[in-house]
Ligand binder design. Sequence first.
Ligand SMILES: Nc1ncnc2c1ncn2[C@@H]1O[C@H](COP(=O)(O)OP(=O)(O)O)[C@@H](O)[C@H]1O
Ligand SMILES: O=P(O)(O)OC[C@H](O)CO
Length: 496
Amino acid sequence: MKTILALDQGTTSSRAILFAHDGSIVGVSQREFEQYYPQPGWVEHDANEIWQSQLEVSREVLQQNNLSAADVHAIGITNQRETTLVWDRKTGEPIHHAIVWQDRRTAGECDKIREAGHADLVQRKTGLVIDAYFCATKIRWLLDNVPGARERAEAGELAFGTIDSWLFWKLTNGRVHATDVTNASRTMLLDIASCQWDDELLELFGIPKSLLPEVCPSSHLYGETDPSLFGTPIALGGAAGDQQSALFGQNCTQPGMAKNTYGTGCFMLMNIGDEPAPSKSRLLTTVACSSGDKREYAYEGSIFIAGAIVQWLRDGLGIINSSEEVEALAASVPDSEGVYLVPAFAGLGAPHWDSYARGTLIGMTRGTTKAHIARAALEGIAFQVADVLDAMKKDSGVCIEELRVDGGAAANDLLMQFQADIIGVKVVRPKIIETTAAGAAYVAGLSSGFWKGNEEIAKIWQTDRVFMPQMPKAEAKRRRARWAEALERSKNWVSE
Ligand SMILES: Nc1ncnc2c1ncn2[C@@H]1O[C@H](COP(=O)(O)OP(=O)(O)O)[C@@H](O)[C@H]1O
Ligand SMILES: O=P(O)(O)OC[C@H](O)CO
């Protein structure tokens, strides 16, 4: 049986998923790995643990399904984006833990770069807002804080990579140092129009060019796995950052098509075609996946806390025992009775970008119960998404006809219905919810000839359930206006 093996290297776990030619899932294996929080606001990963967990699940999914490397036509990689790693080219050893996308250690540095007047240059070239979220200031931190790192980097001894690059390096035993263009577009060092590393930005951030990987299309033959890993070499057919991969996996290949992933955070991406138009509403412009050399772009609204608020109800407040339970609890009341929960626990991302906002629970009375709070938590996710959708409509001038959804919290019917109600747009959940891994499988399957073209892949995507807006428009408007007031109260709460 021929399959495509998708490696889905996420923030909290490594997964390996086998896809058959009809797009169905043959098997899944998953391992969590440790999160390191050395200081408040800092988040790190051990890149060797990432590699070991990824290798183990890859071998395990084959074994569990009685398959071998010979049954894998190609491998596709999808990964947590922006997480930054530097390693020694000779030994392959990381010089430090990877600095994770959520890490805020370079926020002060970003404030300075913004204050020095570089925001327009950075947005024009990279499509990004200056924020600690992206790689550039994380790389500089590593070069300036790991003893000897800057000298070694200047001598060409070190390599930088996002997690796709790290996996390519390990899978080929150091023969390939490359990244795909969607991951490269999150470094804040790429000119997204030419898709080349930009010398002016490298100088601004003090980063030697010799550190950087080669930038390749997402759907591209990068090499093959070292024979020592799986017995027989397997073709490496492509890679994509997880959110762009999900956009491709949702088959949003035409301008105006949008998806939203409800995981730890929420990431809404909309295909905007072949021009990297800058956003006027503080969204990001990012490189999207495409099936060949053709460039495609997307607007992205990144929301830092979404499903994580449900984990907080479970672990922080203890009012539910599992994430799934939130739906029944929230459904036990008809509405939140005026309670609003702004989940700005890690500041606010798009379109507000307020690092100093904090979580706010407001509107409670003596009648408020845990059910109202659970409901307000789910509604807070949907209101944030509505704010991003508005910004997208405004920037693109496109009337979004449907929002395709995926991610763990997209299983929550109450949340999906409320989402449709509050945005007044139908919400469509596909049958194959593993769209992130599917996107990686597709880019690898296309470059290696497993699938013939986009048309063949488009047939795989099928609707599971459609949520139509039911709430009267005036009521949705009233609730959004109240949300906007609650949001204002959460802003600029802490000073650093
Ligand atoms: N039924 C549910 N209702 C609401 N949230 C849920 C539900 N099931 C899972 N979640 C949330 O979804 C998140 C996990 O989704 P997942 O897509 O695996 O995230 P990630 O890739 O960011 O780790 C968790 O934050 C969890 O609380
Ligand atoms: O690993 P996830 O699914 O939380 O995704 C992380 C994003 O890529 C961060 O930009």
